[in-house]
Ligand binder design. Structure first.
Ligand code: PLP
Length: 498
């Protein structure tokens, strides 16, 4: 062997600079011209496979700059861009460019943020990020938390902390099979599907979910919630937790959190808030009353990769008393030499959650919190909400659109062509028409919406978590939807008559 190793995967300074500058130039151009691209190319998987080719695993290596350049061109020309100013689908934000640079830096240093000793500064930055996130939403308790990959994982982490805290005392040793009283969790019918997954994965089963109906305002009916809890207690069941939603995924409604907090206190239940989408809006002063009660939550899930514009992936669990996380996730194998340091500040994040080795996902969040500051976030979130309000207003004014809901930055509406009021089976026809319209719009590349079903109406849904969207973009949404709506309704009519 040579004295100095020269490996095919290492990169000298010259080569790194050459490949790196070339890539950064391409990225800068991409960001600058994203508005001129279609939101998506709408190519089929088959077409994409042809473009990608099906070469076997290469036997020989290739120069870094060449493969990076090809990767950039494949991605820049054949992707769906959620950074496009007219991307409003599901809840995926435009990614903050500083987050992309942060990920590059994080990957370069590559701290393993599972153990303090392996990630000294990264662990401190993650702790600070968690404090800042809590402060941003007004969760002003000396809480702790952990960054995870997204909202589902953030909710799972909290769900398990609640199960340890409120479940049978022997749950860690005996598992849940030994529980003679059935454990139950309570949430509204608008709750995101993570709860089904959690009930299946963590042994409670889906029958342990008590789905509480909503009142006319789409918020969880807290009276019904309390009544259900009382009945379950009488039957000898074991209520564990209530999940309040701060911004439901379909229409953005925030539950009456204060009311839920009171019920949880009364019956000694864990109060969890799923704020994956909406809770960052609590930073906006005039919206704070909508979120009152969050300071009483035992845990909160939020999702920096949604309304804080972090690139995927970044979710966060906040827990009022982080000892519940350690009680749930910590164990000490003999080969771990991480805890000899008895300094009280020492925190090993592997003891707080699912992961063992962990990437440094806090960095991109920490950077963007500083780049924009609290004021910057207030302004961006407020404007996203105003734009959703504008879309609602324009839809209401348009004679062929029906504005259906508008909460936080989510607006639902539908296309109602002239003359459709005389049709038989009007509602069924409109549902079919709007579904066909959505499918066309999603492939067309002019904009990207998703759908919501509101009181039986199939609606188009725009969720604006997009710092690139302007007033002009919203005005254009109206024209695009109506123009495509006419085309799709003509096609449907032709299909019917042929
Ligand atoms: C998006 C969302 C989730 C799931 O979050 P992921 O980041 O997609 O895992 C959970 N709950 C709510 C309310 C959401 O909006």
């Amino acid at each position: 062997m040579k004295k100095n190793r020269n490996t095919p995967i290492g990169m000298g300074k010259r080569e790194f600079r050459k490949s790196g500058y070339q890539l950064i130039d391409q990225i800068a151009h991409f960001i600058d011209s994203i508005r001129e691209q279609p939101v998506t190319t709408g190519e089929s998987p088959g077409a994409l496979q042809q473009i990608l080719g099906n070469e076997l695993l290469p036997e020989e290596g290739s120069p870094a700059n060449e493969i990076l350049s090809r990767a950039a061109s494949l991605l820049f020309n054949h992707s769906l861009y959620n950074g496009h100013p007219k991307f409003f689908g599901y809840i995926t934000s435009s990614p903050a460019p500083i987050g992309a640079l942060g990920d590059l830096l994080a990957a370069t240093v590559n701290p393993n943020a599972g153990a303090n000793i392996l990630s000294p500064m990264a662990t401190e930055i993650e702790k600070q990020t968690i404090k800042w996130l809590a402060s941003m939403i007004g969760y002003s308790t000396p809480c702790g938390g952990i960054l995870v990959s997204g909202g589902n994982m953030a909710n799972f982490t909290a769900f398990l902390a609640a199960r340890t805290a409120k479940g049978p005392k022997t749950i860690k040793e005996e598992g849940i099979a030994n529980d003679s009283q059935k454990m139950l969790v309570y949430c509204s019918t608008t709750t995101h599907t993570w709860i089904d997954k959690a009930a299946v994965l963590f042994g409670l089963g889906t029958r342990s979910i008590r789905w509480i109906g909503t009142a006319g305002d789409q918020k969880m009916n807290n009276q019904l919630l309390e009544q259900t809890i009382m009945e379950d207690l009488e039957k000898g069941y074991h209520p564990l937790m209530v999940i309040g939603t701060a911004g439901d995924v379909s229409t953005g409604v925030v539950d009456d959190l204060e009311g839920i907090a009171m019920i949880c206190k009364k019956y000694d239940l864990w109060f969890h808030i799923d704020g994956a989408y909406g809770i960052p809006a609590a930073v906006v002063p005039e919206l704070q009353p909508l979120f009152s009660g969050i300071e009483q939550a035992d845990s909160i899930a939020l999702d920096p990769h949604k309304w804080l514009y972090a690139p995927l992936e970044a979710g966060c669990t906040l827990v009022k008393d982080p000892n519940h996380l350690t009680a749930t996730f910590s164990s000490h194998p003999v080969y771990y030499n991480f805890s000899h340091d008895e300094e009280p500040e020492t925190l090993n994040f592997y003891e707080y959650g699912f992961q063992n080795s962990r990437g440094f996902r806090a960095l991109k969040v920490w950077l963007s919190l500083q780049q924009a500051g609290r004021k910057g976030y207030i302004e961006m979130i407020r404007e996203d909400i105003q734009l959703a309000g504008l879309l609602y207003k324009l839809a209401r004014k348009h004679h062929e659109l029906e504005a259906v809901t508008n909460h936080l930055s989510i607006t639902t509406f539908r296309f109602v062509p002239a003359g459709s009021s005389e049709r038989k089976n009007r509602e069924a026809y409109l549902n079919k028409l709007n579904e066909a319209l959505l499918n066309e719009l999603q492939k067309g590349g002019e904009l990207f919406l998703s759908n919501a079903v509101v009181n039986g109406k199939y609606c188009l849904r725009a969720c604006i978590v997009n710092f690139r969207t302007s007033k002009k973009d919203i005005e254009e949404v109206i024209d695009i939807v109506v123009r495509n709506g006419h085309r799709v309704s003509e096609t449907l009519l032709k299909e019917k008559s042929s």
